[in-house]
Write a protein that binds this ligand. Structure first.
Ligand SMILES: NC(=O)c1ccc[n+]([C@@H]2O[C@H](COP(=O)([O-])OP(=O)(O)OC[C@H]3O[C@@H](n4cnc5c(N)ncnc54)[C@H](OP(=O)(O)O)[C@@H]3O)[C@@H](O)[C@H]2O)c1
Length: 248
């Protein structure tokens, strides 16, 4: 068992989407180790359960909730599960993401429905969940909504169009929510963080066949998660930061 931290954690209760592997799972582990109660969301229940079991074995308070972030009928269920299982949420991490059809291809070869699907997962789903969760944060005068972005939000790479468009829009969604929160006097901060290249399944899917040396140069999700939490610790209490200003 891991000893509980003596001081209260910066975040008491968090929802993390895409937490069954990669960066989302690493953030859930890191937050739980600091004493934050975490709700892990993803589509594959067995993978979520395995991460939750490992966090609990280490002394953390974690719960799994299987849901597709793109499914609008699950948005309220995610928020309700969080309220019931981890309590009032003061951190929402939009980490789940899709690249779209693989292998990556030029926009010229992408179906309109494929672009819509990418936007549903990477932009509209997070928008819906923020709308449901951020109201409670505003009423409690405390909350952080973190979007996991990408350098594809600011650089146009061949083949990465749908994903890049979704990440650019997601960054601006965070800025726009922040502007609206500030105008309303709501003490909810909206941040976007580019985690940099990491050794995860998404990276494998996008760029298969890396050499050992190339893979070794990628960030490890656990290391990146610690950097992101350190960034959150020092970020302004209520702020919108452009994604290119925060690189974890
Ligand atoms: N890896 C990189 O080099 C890199 C670079 C820049 C930015 N990022 C960003 O970092 C974040 C994490 O990426 P990662 O590399 O850790 O990816 P990953 O290992 O592929 O993990 C993605 C997670 O998202 C979940 N997910 C995918 N679609 C979902 C949906 N519709 N609803 C709910 N959950 C869903 C997956 O679980 P299920 O499949 O079970 O749902 C999984 O838990 C993403 O936002 C990504 O864009 C990654």
């Amino acid at each position: 068992m891991t000893a509980r931290p003596a001081t209260p954690p910066p975040f008491r209760a968090a929802i993390l989407t895409g937490a069954s592997r990669g960066l989302g799972a690493a953030l859930a582990r890191a937050l739980a180790a600091r004493g934050t109660r975490v709700l892990l969301v993803g589509r594959a229940a067995p993978a979520l359960d395995a991460v939750v079991a490992a966090i609990r074995a280490a002394g953390g308070d974690a719960h799994a909730f299987a849901a597709d972030i793109a499914d609008k009928h699950r948005t309220h269920a995610i928020a309700a599960a969080a309220e019931a299982l981890v309590g009032p949420v003061d951190l929402l991490v939009h980490n789940a993401s899709t690249l779209g059809p693989l292998p990556l291809r030029p926009l010229f070869d992408l179906a309109c429905e494929d672009l819509s699907d990418v936007l549903e997962t990477n932009l509209v789903g997070p928008f819906r969940l923020t709308r449901v969760v951020a109201g409670g944060m505003a009423l409690r005068g405390r909350g952080t909504v973190l979007h996991i972005s990408s350098d594809a939000a600011t650089n146009a790479y061949p083949g990465w169009g749908a994903y890049g468009v979704s990440k650019a829009a997601q960054d601006h969604l965070a800025r726009s929510f922040a502007a609206d929160a500030e105008a309303a006097g709501a003490r909810v901060r909206f941040l976007s963080v580019d985690p940099g290249e990491m050794d995860t399944r998404m990276h494998d899917d996008a760029i298969p066949g890396l050499s050992d040396a190339e893979r070794a140069a990628l960030g490890h999700p656990d290391t990146v998660a610690q950097r992101i939490l350190a960034t959150l610790d020092v970020a302004a209490p209520v702020a919108a930061l452009p994604s290119d200003a925060v690189r974890a």
